[in-house]
Design a protein around this ligand. Structure first.
Ligand code: ADA
Length: 572
């Protein structure tokens, strides 16, 4: 059974929504090839003896729990002629087959792919998606076994199909110029049937006359006035819509009129100083892996907003359109980053790894550019940026993001801190640091003074002439707390709460810090032990919520702190 769906105007976060698209979410047939078996297969010889959900992670089904190998998903689709298939994200890698013929391969987890192919005669056809979650230990691997988050196998996000448009929208960017005046820069790149295409028509919010965007070789770039402009902000997340018509196709894009700036060492949003207080959030759940249902995402974000937090860091991979669209609608600010974690010299100097990082970072920016909630782009979390060999890739990634959209600041979470030699390449300085947990004093009870001293030292370092114009963030900080362990000692809920409260108070009081993303929103699945750490029961317990989103003491403590802080600000 294939659910047919039309994109409604308010469909959550569809990238270039097109009428007549088919959402292939639903029940698919499933066959499994265990780890080590050859990944070439004859579909006719496979045993499709299970039905599974798409989106879904096969390694969380009871039948294949935590297994590694190749999951082969099969469904029948009614289609014909030139088609466009959009895969929002899978892992760790995959191949797409149409009637047994390979039409695409995907070597990057969590990334969107637009696949155009000839579906042949109209009728019922077979779509096969083979996803593999075996570890690849080569230097070019994007998702390594020592990453501190679980490498799930599955179709993480939606697959949709639509008749391929004659004019392909490769890039549609709506970049605010002046939110108050309501001016936006519209930059488009079309391919396909573009010869003779001299213009696109632009219409805002379904009203008024269309405006003309001249095109040459499918490319156009011009500033427009939005009628009745209404700025976007966390407190008033108003979304405009632009319809872009070209070559008989209509592309409907939501956008928000907002401006993020770095000035005098601070972040500004729509001209007002911005203090980010929020969490690192893996888009994950212990029962669903990375195929997180809309309802869970919505509850997470509503809970975060209700607690008085205003941002998430989408650690450590490109976020789904659905999640970003929810953040647009709820007014939650986002640091989105491409996939990376602790990458060392072998990876950072590997030409294939570099090419993949640049390609996927660019893909992420092109995908996310119209989401007003995304205000910062990141990459290469905790790479070895204390070494010269890291500079070429860091520089290329920063340039790639600035080329897609010069209006958003770029950064990376550095755990090399004052030894980092790439901070000049970032617009924002972001430190991942764990005073009171790793490395520094490991006290039985929380040493607030030591934590404040460490944060003050980092702020002093970041106040040097070469850095003081750059905003400063603590992009990760926290402590493990096993749910139900009490008493104030390390690993207890009170220890975590006291540490996090010390951090948030310090950041709120600090003139130098533009904010912090606490590590982390909720407990997440990782491994009992891998190269870099041991994790009790295979979970990272630094969540302020447990894995099922039940609050620990720290969640309540931080929520109360932020509410009191907001009350004080309101009284000023
Ligand atoms: C690092 C890393 C996180 C997580 C964290 C921790 O900062 O970026 O993904 O592993 O440490 O819990 O130790």
């Amino acid at each position: 059974m294939i659910a047919k769906t039309q994109f409604s105007k308010n469909s959550a976060g569809m990238f270039f929504p097109r009428s007549g698209s088919l959402d292939l979410s639903g029940l698919w047939e499933f066959a499994f090839l265990p780890e080590g078996t050859p990944r070439t297969f004859d579909p006719a010889k496979l045993r499709f003896d299970l039905q599974v959900s798409v989106p879904g992670c096969f390694d969380l089904t009871p039948e294949y729990y935590l297994r590694r190998g190749t999951g082969i998903y099969r469904c029948q689709v009614e289609a014909g002629g030139e088609m466009e298939l959009i895969s929002e994200g899978l892992g760790l890698r995959g191949e797409f087959y149409w009637d047994g013929k390979q039409i695409a391969t995907v070597d990057a987890p969590f990334s969107r792919r637009v696949i155009r192919f000839d579906a042949g005669k109209p009728g019922v056809h077979e779509l096969l998606v083979a996803v593999n979650n075996e570890f690849d230990d080569s230097p070019s691997s994007l998702f390594r076994r020592d990453y501190d988050f679980y490498a799930h196998g599955g179709i993480y996000r939606k697959i949709t199909m639509a008749p391929a448009a004659a004019v392909h929208a490769d890039e549609l960017k709506i970049i605010p110029v002046d939110p108050e005046k309501g001016t936006v820069r519209i930059a488009v790149k079309f391919s396909g049937a573009v010869s003779g295409l001299t213009q696109a028509e632009i219409r805002f919010d379904g009203q008024g006359e269309s405006a003309i965007l001249p095109l040459k070789d499918g490319i156009g770039d011009q500033v427009f006035q939005v009628p009745s402009p209404h700025p976007w902000s966390p407190d008033d997340p108003f979304l405009h819509t632009a319809e872009i018509q070209a070559g008989g196709e209509t592309f409907s894009i939501e956008f928000g009129l907002r401006k993020v700036e770095c000035r005098n060492g601070k972040l500004y949003l729509n001209g007002a100083p911005l203090k980010l207080i929020g969490c690192n959030r893996h888009d994950a759940h212990p029962e669903f892996g990375y195929a997180v249902p809309l309802d869970i995402r919505l509850r997470d974000l509503n809970r975060l907003k209700k607690a008085g937090m205003n941002c998430i860091r989408g650690c450590h991979y490109p976020q789904s359109e659905e999640l970003l669209s929810l953040c647009d609608r709820l007014g939650i600010l986002v640091w989105e980053e491409s996939l990376g974690w602790g990458n060392n010299e072998a990876a950072l100097t590997d030409p294939e790894f570099q090419a993949r990082q640049i390609r996927e970072t660019r893909n992420m920016a092109v995908k996310s550019v119209n989401h007003p909630s995304v205000i910062i782009w990141g990459f290469l979390n905790e790479a070895d940026t204390a070494q010269e060999f890291a500079r070429p890739l860091v520089k290329s990634l920063a340039e790639t993001l600035h080329e897609v959209d010069p209006t958003r600041p770029v950064t990376f979470g550095s755990n090399r801190l004052t030894k980092d030699i790439c901070l000049d390449l970032a617009d924002v300085i972001s430190f991942n640091t764990y005073p009171g947990w790793y490395g520094l004093e490991q006290d039985q009870f929380c040493d607030q003074e030591n934590i404040r001293k460490h944060l003050a030292e980092l702020a002093e370092f970041a106040s040097r002439p070469e850095f003081r114009e750059k905003p400063l963030l603590i992009s990760e900080i926290g402590a493990e707390a096993i749910p139900g362990i009490y008493g104030g000692q390390r690993w207890s809920e009170e220890y975590q709460a006291e540490l996090l409260e010390t951090v948030v108070r310090h950041v709120l009081e600090s003139d130098r810090y533009s904010g912090t993303f606490l590590w982390q929103f909720c407990d997440t699945r990782t491994y009992i032990s891998n190269a870099s750490q041991v994790r009790a029961g295979g979970f990272n317990f630094k969540g302020l919520l447990d894995r099922y989103r039940n609050p620990k003491i720290s969640w309540r403590r931080i929520s109360d702190l932020l509410k009191n802080n907001q009350n004080k600000e309101d009284q000023v």
